[in-house]
Design a protein around this ligand. Structure first.
Ligand SMILES: Cc1ncc(CN)c(N)n1
Length: 231
């Protein structure tokens, strides 16, 4: 378990310790395995075929659907208007720019209507969908933030890490742009700040639940990307 006393012990030896840094550390090796995942290097270096990119995006759209619902839960659970505004703006981007990237990818790589309407989700995609759904249904605001911090921070870190080749397919470039642009960087910094604040105010039981939710989400990120990596 990842308890508040574990966090207190970790923070004791450090100046300006952050709960989100500790959460990331206790989620190793899954965190680094996800950020350094070979799928992202293959994507950025133009070594992922169009079909493989489309297959990844079909699975990822299965993530984005319950993820969008989870943002809705976050907006509902947020303590006040300033948080609802930031989350609502992110929801706007997700349902416009990002949704459009998916739709244009499915068009560009001829993903059949049958696969768009009734996708065959991998077990790891289904497990991730379940986590997002359960967090929305039963999680408190800190648990929801924990999931959002993982999913967005991991994507920011890989997108900042990879090196793009010249001539990369524009939709693959767009997928990286969505996750390394300054507005997204600001959003991830905001999510981390809010989780640091909310987690500090939790009682011990809710704190341990939040930390476990963070770790489980990182494990599911790793499993998802292992599963969609073409062999
Ligand atoms: C599996 C997964 N994790 C995170 C993200 C970034 N929202 C994503 N698109 N897909």
């Amino acid at each position: 378990m990842s308890t508040r006393s574990d966090w207190n012990a970790w923070a004791a030896g450090r100046e300006s310790a952050r709960i989100t840094d500790w959460l990331r550390e206790i989620s190793e090796p899954d965190w680094s395995a996800t950020v350094n995942h070979p799928l992202f290097d293959a994507l950025a270096e133009g070594r992922l075929s169009g079909d493989d990119f489309a297959a990844y995006m079909v699975q990822d759209y299965g993530f984005v659907d319950p993820f969008t619902a989870l943002i809705g839960h976050a907006i509902g659970h947020a303590p006040s208007m300033p948080d609802r505004v930031v989350l609502g703006q992110f929801m706007g981007m997700l349902t416009s720019d990002e949704n459009s990237t998916f739709q244009r990818t499915f068009d560009a790589f001829d993903v059949p209507a049958s696969l768009r309407e009734a996708p065959d989700y991998l077990p790891q995609t289904r497990a991730f969908r379940e986590l997002l759904h359960d967090t929305g249904q039963g999680g408190d605001y800190a648990e929801i933030l924990a999931v959002l911090v993982v999913t967005e921070w991991v994507y920011l870190e890989w997108a900042l890490r990879v090196t793009r080749v010249d001539g990369l397919h524009p939709l693959m470039g767009e997928w990286i742009d969505l996750h390394d642009n300054p507005a997204f960087q600001e959003f991830v910094a905001w999510l981390r700040q809010r989780l640091d604040e909310e987690a500090a105010a939790l009682d011990d039981t809710a704190f341990a639940r939040m930390a476990e939710r963070f770790r489980d989400t990182v494990a599911k990120e790793r499993a998802f990307h292992d599963a969609v990596l073409p062999r």
